[in-house]
Design a protein around this ligand. Structure first.
Ligand SMILES: N[C@@H](CCC(=O)N[C@@H](CS)C(=O)NCC(=O)O)C(=O)O
Length: 250
């Protein structure tokens, strides 16, 4: 029998889409080796593996999965946990898709807006999280280049940041409304891809410990970041995301 190679998960360690994929794979007890990179320096690994530019990318024996949702579906197909997309539960896929398209880009822009204003040496350190030594050295040597490119690439300008803040608020309100009947999870009694994706993509706003482990501890970040985290943790949806990380992240 051919030897099964362990899967490779190519990440930007602190990316919330990467934590979504990591969470899904670990929950399903699928073994993998993670290869973390600095944003943009990650392109060589993702494109080089046959994926697209973005992380996460999962390289398995016979295929390359270039999207976090595909990785969750792979976890369902090959893992040993209750399905994240239970048959017949259309809401799980519908909500997962909404969080992916609306919440993820919005929380990323809001979080980067605050984080990129921190002292550049700290930004360089954050960007290098988990990456090989040579990539960390580049991020620490030239953080300003990364800051400029991230601001430009993610359109971190006041108008777009304001729009993203509104999008986060809208989705947090939608989640609070769904939870208004005291259901334990977004689609009912079971944890699904909707819950996992909401929590992971909300993580930059509420900064649970498991997410902080992929980046820098909260007490090293700026007062502005901590004030934003406190405000989001105080909301019903923020509390829900924190509960999911505490109870279901493993
Ligand atoms: N739809 C993708 C989004 C992933 C994504 O946007 N990843 C970001 C990091 S948070 C990235 O790698 N960006 C690099 C780029 O756009 O060049 C997924 O769900 O996997």
């Amino acid at each position: 029998m051919a030897e099964m190679r362990r899967a490779r998960l190519i990440t930007i360690q602190f990316s919330h889409y990467c934590d979504k994929a990591r969470w899904g794979l670990k929950r399903a007890k699928i073994e993998f080796d993670e290869e973390a990179h600095v944003p943009m320096l990650s392109w060589a690994a993702t494109l080089g593996s046959g994926a697209t530019r973005t992380a996460p990318a999962l390289v398995t024996g016979d295929k390359v999965l270039a999207d976090s949702t595909d990785i969750l579906r792979h976890a369902d197909a090959h893992g040993s946990a209750d399905p994240l997309f239970p048959p017949g539960n259309d809401d799980a896929a519908r909500l997962e898709d909404r969080f992916d398209r609306v919440l993820g880009p919005a929380t990323r822009r809001c979080a980067y807006d605050l984080v990129l204003r921190m002292p550049t040496s700290l930004v360089g350190e954050l960007l290098g999280s988990g990456a090989p030594a040579w990539e960390r050295a580049i991020a620490r040597a030239a953080p300003g280049v990364f800051i400029t490119m991230l601001r430009r690439g993610l359109r971190i300008v006041p108008e777009h940041v304001a729009r993203s803040r509104n999008a986060v608020e809208t989705v947090f309100d939608e989640v609070a409304t769904l939870l208004g009947d005291d259901r334990p999870y977004l689609t009912g009694d079971r944890f699904t891809a909707a819950d996992l994706t909401f929590a992971a993509l909300a993580a930059p706003m509420v900064y649970p410990d498991a997410y902080a482990n992929t980046a820098l501890p909260l007490d090293r970040l700026s007062d502005d970041v901590r004030a934003s985290v406190d405000a989001h943790r105080a909301t019903p949806a923020g509390q829900f995301a924190m509960r999911l990380y505490a109870r279901d992240r493993g």
